[in-house]
Write a protein that binds this ligand. Structure first.
Ligand code: GAP
Length: 435
């Protein structure tokens, strides 16, 4: 399948099955915003849960916070974002469309749409922070900025966290939350949005080159292994070092994790060595157990929830021309821990009361433990196909044999093979596979 076709098919599946909808669609949409539907909301929650588990729950050197989206504008002045959080903007003199000067491919595509040679304005710095007005008196409202990165909420709470917990350097503060950017050209589905979610770790280390480099390498490995452990095809992932002219204003050095997307290799997580940029700018420091005052360096891992969700979907999307039943199908081979529903329960025939009753009993028993779907529409083959498209790893069918020996068939999404399992063992069977 070529790249355009894959992207088109995935966007269509997201809409049809309720993963992702255009934002404010019934009013003509709002560029750069997306709404997650019933399946998308579950997938997003699962990605965040897995991230939090690995970055906070399973570690003794990381704690989590959840800071406000709106912050005192002084924060953005101190952090350098008011001055330096910019992209170079150019305008086509013929049609006044605006583009990022550093996105050469997008510029070339635009030039091809005009017959004559396109004249461009000189690049000017365009600040990406989104403004909002806060207050109750017209004319006296305060200009605030929706956070352009969730990160600053961690730094402004650095002292609060140190004094309210027992963290000792080296330690990390993790956070997941919304960020907003006035992107010049939102595009590639959810890839470049104006509202999106980040999952970030700020890891504080002693201000020494050896320490900084050691932890930078450590977090690079950790983050890459996390993505691979959740099923990404290794061949489609790579690191890319930032060139000097593309590094953010706060970074000493940086590397991205990129995915081989249909629209080219694309960043979805950055590992940044922020040095003492942020703590120094906020005039913050740390006193160690010997009473020595220091300004720690920060190694940051900054991942995009929406971008990783898009790439998890692209990576797991398969058109399978021949299942064991001979039927073609589309299947999302998502890692079971990410799959929106873990299991679906069906009665073989919807008009046989005993089968429906038995299946409903199983559905009610599984539901408190796992996201469980119910389907009694159409024939069994269609129900399997529908669950394959939703990425549900296991389908449980109650048939006539169930009424005799209390076993059900469990059909595996990836192999389409079925096995019989005792009803009393069903929850354990699913738990084992998820662990
Ligand atoms: N705190 C550092 C920081 O924000 P970044 O490289 O600007 O670094 C980190 O952003 C991650 O946030 C990106 O790798 C990407 O996954 C996500 N991200 C950034 N801009 C985005 C956008 N316009 N739409 C969707 N995700 C975005």
């Amino acid at each position: 399948m070529n790249n355009d076709a894959l992207m088109e098919k995935l966007v269509a599946l997201c809409k049809r099955r309720g993963f992702i909808f255009p934002g404010s669609e019934i009013y003509g949409g709002l560029t750069g915003t997306w709404d997650y539907g019933p399946l998308g909301a579950l997938l997003k929650q699962n990605i965040k849960q897995e991230w939090w588990k690995s970055m906070v729950q399973l570690r003794s050197d990381v704690v989590g916070v959840d800071a406000a989206i709106m912050m005192n504008p002084e924060v953005w002045k101190a952090s350098g974002h008011l001055e330096a959080f910019t992209d170079p903007l150019v305008e086509c003199m013929a049609c006044h469309s605006r583009f990022r000067a550093d996105k050469k491919e997008e510029i070339e595509i635009h030039e091809k749409t005009h017959n004559e040679k396109v004249e461009w304005t000189n690049p000017k710095k365009f600040n990406l922070l989104v403004e909002a007005k806060l207050g109750v008196i017209e004319g006296e409202k305060q200009t605030v900025y929706l956070r352009g990165e969730i990160t600053q909420g961690v730094f402004v709470n650095f002292e609060n966290v140190v004094s309210s917990t027992r963290v000792k350097i080296p330690f990390g503060i993790a956070q997941i939350g919304k960020a907003f950017r006035n992107e010049i050209t939102p595009g590639n589905f959810t890839y470049r949005s104006r509202e999106f979610e980040q999952m970030e770790l700020e890891f504080f280390v002693r201000p020494e080159d050896k320490e900084g480099n050691k932890w930078f390498d450590y977090w690079k490995k950790e983050r890459m292994s996390w993505y691979v452990s959740l099923g990404f095809n290794k061949e489609k992932l790579r690191f890319r070092k930032h060139e000097d002219d593309e590094r953010a204003h706060y970074a000493k050095f940086a590397e991205d994790i990129e995915y081989d997307a249909p629209f080219g290799w694309s960043e979805f997580e950055g590992i940044h060595h922020r040095g003492d940029w942020d703590l120094s700018r906020h005039k913050l420091s740390y006193t160690d157990e010997n009473g020595e005052k220091l300004v720690p360096w920060v190694i940051e891992t900054s991942g995009g929830v929406d971008r990783s969700l898009l790439f998890f979907l692209l990576d797991s999307y398969k058109d399978d021309p021949s299942t064991s039943s001979g039927q073609a199908r589309t299947v999302l081979k998502l890692h079971p821990r990410l799959a929106p529903y873990k299991v679906a329960v069906f009665p073989l025939l919807a008009n046989k009361e005993e089968l429906v009753k038995k299946a409903q009993g199983i559905y009610n028993d599984l539901k408190p433990q796992f996201m469980t779907a119910w389907d009694a529409r159409g024939n069994i083959g269609k129900r399997y196909l529908s669950q394959d498209e939703a990425g549900t790893p296991w389908c449980v069918t109650v048939d006539f044999q169930t009424l005799e020996d209390d076993t059900v068939t469990v059909r595996d999404r990836d192999t389409a093979k079925q096995e019989r399992v005792k009803i009393e063992r069903l929850a354990g069977y699913i738990s084992n596979k998820l662990s």
